[in-house]
Design a binder for this molecule. Structure first.
Ligand code: KIV
Length: 276
C-alpha cells in the first residue's frame, strides 16, 4: 500500500494538510478552485491547482438552483466520488451542505460519509462561534476541517442576499472573533468570502491558520474561484472578484494554468477584483 502511494507521488507528491501549512509558512500562495466531475478534476490537477473544493455551489452551477440551500449530502458524496477519480496531486475538500451539521453527531456522521464514500480529505462548513462545538467534535476525531466565514451562502435567506460582509467595524470585529474561536476549536484551514481587503488583512493578522480567500483581497494565503465562473460559463451578473481566465486563453487547460500562475505571482486578485 505504502509503495503504491510513494510511486504515485514520485514526481509530484500529493498535497496534504502539512503541504498547505508549509506553503503558508514559506509565503507561497495556495491556488484553489472548485470542481464537480472527473474530467475537470483531471484538468485542474494537470494545471497545478493545489486544492480542489467540491463546493455546494454545485447546486447553482450544476443543478440550476437559485441558492446552495437545496444541496444534499448525497449530492456532495456523489460529486466528491467522481472528482476524486480525476485527481492525483490536488488535495480534495468537500462541503457539508445546509443543515447537515446542525449537531456535532450529525456533522460527524456526514463528514464520515464525505470521507469514506466520497474520498474527501477535509470537510468545509460555514459558521462562526456557533459552530465551535461541531468543529471541536470533528477535530477530536481527527477529521480535518475548513471553516468558512465572511459571506456564508447557506445563510442567504437570513442575510437577505449575496452581499459583501464585515463592512462596518462591529461586523468586522465579530468576524475576527469568530475566526479566532474556530481556530481555537481545531479548524485546519479557513475560507474567507466577500469581505473588504482590510478585513482580510485583520483576520490574517489575528489567526495562524492558512486563509483561502474568495473576494477577500490579496492579504490572505491563497485564492479560490468557482470553476464555471473563471471559465466564463456562468451566465448573468458575475461578482466583482471574478476574472474570466478563458477569455484570453487558447484552451481550458491554458486558462487553468494562467489562473494558477496568476495566483502564485500575486497578479490575481488585482485592484478591480477587491472590495474596499
Ligand atoms: O461552494 C463553494 O463553491 C464555495 C465557494 C465560496 C468557493 O464555498
Amino acid at each position: 500500500m505504502y509503495k503504491q502511494l510513494q510511486q504515485r507521488g514520485m514526481n509530484s507528491p500529493p498535497v496534504n494538510v502539512s503541504t498547505i501549512r508549509q506553503m503558508k509558512n514559506e509565503g507561497e500562495p495556495i491556488a484553489c478552485l472548485t470542481a464537480y466531475d472527473a474530467s475537470f478534476a483531471q484538468l485542474v490537477d494537470m494545471a497545478g491547482v493545489d486544492l480542489v473544493l467540491v463546493g455546494d455551489s454545485l447546486g447553482m452551477v450544476i443543478q440550476g438552483q437559485e441558492t446552495t440551500v437545496p444541496v444534499t449530502v448525497d449530492d456532495v458524496v456523489y460529486h466528491t466520488q467522481i472528482v476524486s477519480r480525476g485527481l492525483s496531486r490536488t488535495f480534495v475538500v468537500s462541503d457539508l451542505p445546509f443543515m447537515s451539521y446542525a449537531t456535532p453527531e450529525q456533522a460527524l456522521d456526514n463528514a464520515v460519509r464525505l470521507m469514506q464514500e466520497g474520498g474527501a480529505k477535509m470537510v468545509k462548513l460555514e459558521g462562526g462561534r456557533g459552530q465551535v462545538a461541531v468543529v471541536e467534535c470533528l477535530a477530536r476525531h481527527d477529521i480535518p476541517v475548513c471553516a468558512h466565514v465572511g459571506l456564508k451562502p447557506q445563510s442567504v435567506h437570513k442575510i437577505g442576499g449575496f452581499k459583501v460582509q464585515g463592512r462596518d467595524n462591529e461586523a468586522a470585529k465579530q468576524m475576527t472573533e469568530d475566526a479566532i474561536a474556530l481556530e481555537e476549536a481545531g479548524a485546519d484551514l479557513m475560507l474567507l468570502e466577500c469581505v473588504p481587503n482590510e478585513v482580510g488583512l485583520k483576520i490574517s493578522e489575528s489567526i495562524g491558520l492558512p486563509i483561502i480567500g474568495i473576494g477577500a483581497g490579496p492579504n490572505v494565503d491563497g485564492q479560490i474561484l468557482v470553476l464555471y465562473d473563471m471559465l466564463g460559463i456562468t451566465q448573468g451578473r458575475t461578482p466583482k472578484f471574478v476574472k474570466n481566465f478563458l477569455e484570453d486563453s487558447e484552451s481550458i487547460l491554458d486558462a487553468l494554468q494562467t489562473y494558477v500562475s496568476s495566483v502564485k505571482n500575486r497578479d490575481y486578485p488585482a485592484k478591480e477584483h477587491c472590495f474596499s
